[in-house]
Structures are given as structure tokens and as C-alpha cells.
Design a protein around this ligand. Structure first.
Ligand code: TXA
Ligand code: MG
Length: 329
């Protein structure tokens, strides 16, 4: 199959609509990462998504809808704090897990009772969602376990020949996936950390818990149990107080004829002067925005990415460190 990559236009949106309505799956931009989208009501399209990605069959998908879509047509809004979250953070990088009404097919939610829903804020994605006016389920548009794509060419590198179309909406500005929040209980619970932070949710609703998967826990959000986000090259992760060890490792790799790259925040640039660098930026938002892009640049150029930890897990750093540990740890 030939994979077209088309900039977002009236024409490419029409083509997308026709493909999606015929049960095909396509690459679509969002403000977080690129998604592999299909009609959430169509079990054949949903099966195709799992097949294209090589995704484990027990890991449910997120339904994406436009900003005027009636969420209550898809799920039950059972808690009083949910409208506050919707008002504050949607459209945006927040996914809400609620009891499903069964419109999105059971294959998409792996036979479970809940459905994860989000409203992406990416302009081109909103245009697509508005045009099709159906819930599009979409996991990140990478081969399962690989680093998530933040440009159309990243999607192309993973899925070329497997899907008919990738809509090119530029580089994703958010850079890490949405926060997945279980809102079925008395208080909201973060199942996957992201750009909407625990602190932001607490400000809106008062309380918020974290229930990310740890070894031995019962899995609440299946996706977080898998090895994830791995670039194709070798990786190593050093703590903030292990800069000297990271330099020794770099020199050892060079001595062995390898090409190492150090991936770190800009503030380390001086300490690693003269070395191959993948610089992530200064603020947490910048680091999130660059993380996957730099991992994917690294796998092209390096034999090994030597990453330096952020050394903190407050705010957006929780989501960043969660990815960094899985990608490089
Ligand atoms: O930013 C994002 O969320 C991106 C873009 C494309 O929207 N999508 C994304 O999808 O990251 P995916 O499939 O790669 O990750 C979805 C995550 C997984 O951790 C999955 O287990 C969790 O959401 N999830 C989906 N449905 C769920 C449900 N009903 N209950 C609990 N967790 C759910
Ligand atoms: Mg993913």
C-alpha cells in the first residue's frame, strides 16, 4: 500500500473523511503526539488499528472528539467535579476515563466498561473531527513499544506501507501524551501523567490522586505496564549527580569506536562541551515538547543515547520522567 503524506487542506480532509468512513485507519496530528485514527464505532477499523501497531489486545484506545461533541452521548458523567475539568482543560491534553454508553465498540475498550475520551486542541485535528463528526479512536501512531511520533515523518518511518494516509499537521507542540485521568471515583486519579499536571487538576477540583502502575500492582491503565517509548538504539540513564560517570561512559563508548550522544537539559551544555548533544531545552514544557523528537533524532545518529535525568517529578516533570525512565532506564 502506498502511504500518502498530505498537509491539512480542504482536499486532504475530504479524503480523510472518505477513508475513515470506509473503515480505513490514518495518521492524524494532535497537540500531544500523532495518532493512528479509525472510526471508534467500527470494530473492523478498530481491529485494524491493533494490527497495524502490533498493539497488545488488552490495551484500550482513547476516543477523540471535536470541541462541540456531546460527551454524554458516549459516556456517563457521574461525578460533580467532571464538568469543572471539562470547562478548565478541554479541548487540551487531558483524557477522561468514564463509564461507556457502548457507542464506541467493545473491541476499542477491550471488553471493559469504561471509555477514555479526549478533545485535542490541535487546529487541524479539530477540523478533521468536526468534518467526520464521529468518535475517532487513536493510539499513538508508532509501532507498539517504539517512541511516540511527533512529526508526520516519524509516523511515516514506522507505518509506511501499512496505512493509506498521514495528515501532516506539523510538529506536535505538547510532545508527550495526554494525562489519563480516571473520573469514575469520588476523586480524580491520574493513570498516566502528562501535560495537565496533578497540581493543575487539584487547583480545579481540590483533590487528585496518582495511581500509576508499579511492579506488582493491579493494572488500572493497561498501557502503563508495558515497556514503552524505546528508541531503536542502545540507551543509558544517569542521575543528575552522575554527570562525571556519564562523561566516563561517553569516553568509553568513543574508545570502543561507537558514536554516543548525550541527551540532557540545556543547563548541562557547558559541562558536556565538545560532545555530541541532544539538547532538550530549559523549561519543563520545552523538555516535554522535545523529548520524543530528540530520542528519534538520537536513534538516527547515535549508537547509544546517554540520558541525564531531570532529577525532579513535580508538575510536568512527572510525565517527562515517566517516559524517560521507560525509554532509557
Ligand atoms: O495524547 C494522547 O493521549 C495520544 C494522542 C494520539 O491522543 N494517544 C495515546 O494513546 O497516547 P495510547 O493508546 O498510546 O495510550 C492510551 C493510554 C494507555 O495507557 C491506555 O492503557 C489508557 O490510555 N487507556 C485507554 N483507555 C482506557 C480505559 N478505558 N481505562 C484506563 N486506561 C485507559
Ligand atoms: Mg502510545
Amino acid at each position: 500500500m502506498e502511504t500518502k503524506v498530505l498537509k491539512i487542506s480542504e482536499e486532504s480532509l475530504e479524503l480523510s473523511k472518505a477513508l475513515l468512513e470506509s473503515g480505513e485507519v490514518i495518521g492524524m496530528p494532535t497537540e500531544t503526539v500523532y495518532g493512528l485514527a479509525g472510526d471508534g464505532r467500527n470494530s473492523t477499523a478498530v481491529k485494524r488499528i491493533f494490527e497495524v501497531k502490533g498493539r497488545p489486545s488488552d490495551n484500550p484506545l482513547i476516543a477523540h472528539v471535536h470541541k462541540d461533541f456531546d460527551l454524554e452521548s458516549l459516556c456517563y458523567i457521574e461525578r460533580d467535579y467532571v464538568p469543572l475539568l471539562i470547562k478548565e482543560f478541554m479541548p487540551g491534553p487531558l483524557t477522561l476515563v468514564m463509564k461507556s454508553k457502548g457507542v464506541v465498540c467493545s473491541e476499542a475498550i477491550c471488553g471493559g466498561e469504561t471509555l477514555a475520551v479526549r478533545m485535542p486542541s490541535h487546529k487541524g485535528c479539530q477540523e478533521l473531527l468536526k468534518k467526520v463528526n464521529i468518535p475517532l479512536v487513536a493510539p499513538s501512531a508508532n509501532i507498539s513499544k517504539h517512541t511516540s511520533p511527533v512529526t508526520a515523518s516519524h509516523v511515516y518511518n514506522d507505518l509506511n506501507g501499512k496505512i493509506p494516509l498521514i495528515l501532516d499537521g506539523g510538529k506536535c507542540l505538547g510532545g508527550i501524551e495526554s494525562t489519563v485521568l480516571d473520573v469514575t471515583g469520588e476523586y480524580p486519579r491520574i493513570l498516566r501523567a502528562g501535560l495537565i499536571t496533578k497540581e493543575m487538576i487539584e487547583r480545579a477540583t481540590g483533590k487528585c490522586f496518582i495511581s500509576e502502575h508499579k511492579e506488582g500492582d493491579k493494572v488500572k491503565s493497561p498501557g502503563v505496564k508495558y515497556t514503552h517509548y524505546r528508541p531503536k538504539c542502545q540507551t543509558a540513564l544517569y542521575e543528575t549527580n552522575q554527570v562525571d560517570q556519564a562523561i566516563k561512559r561517553y569516553e568509553k563508548e568513543v574508545a570502543n569506536g561507537k558514536t554516543p550522544y548525550i541527551m540532557c537539559e540545556n543547563k548541562y551544555a557547558k559541562q558536556f562541551k565538545g560532545k555530541n548533544l541532544l539538547l532538550l531545552g530549559e523549561s519543563g514544557e520545552e523538555v516535554a515538547s522535545n523529548l520524543y523528537d530528540k530520542l528519534l533524532e538520537g536513534e538516527e545518529r547515535a549508537d547509544i543515547i546517554i540520558a541525564i535525568s531531570m532529577g525532579r517529578e513535580d508538575g510536568v516533570y512527572m510525565g517527562i520522567m515517566n517516559r524517560l525512565k521507560k525509554a532509557c532506564g
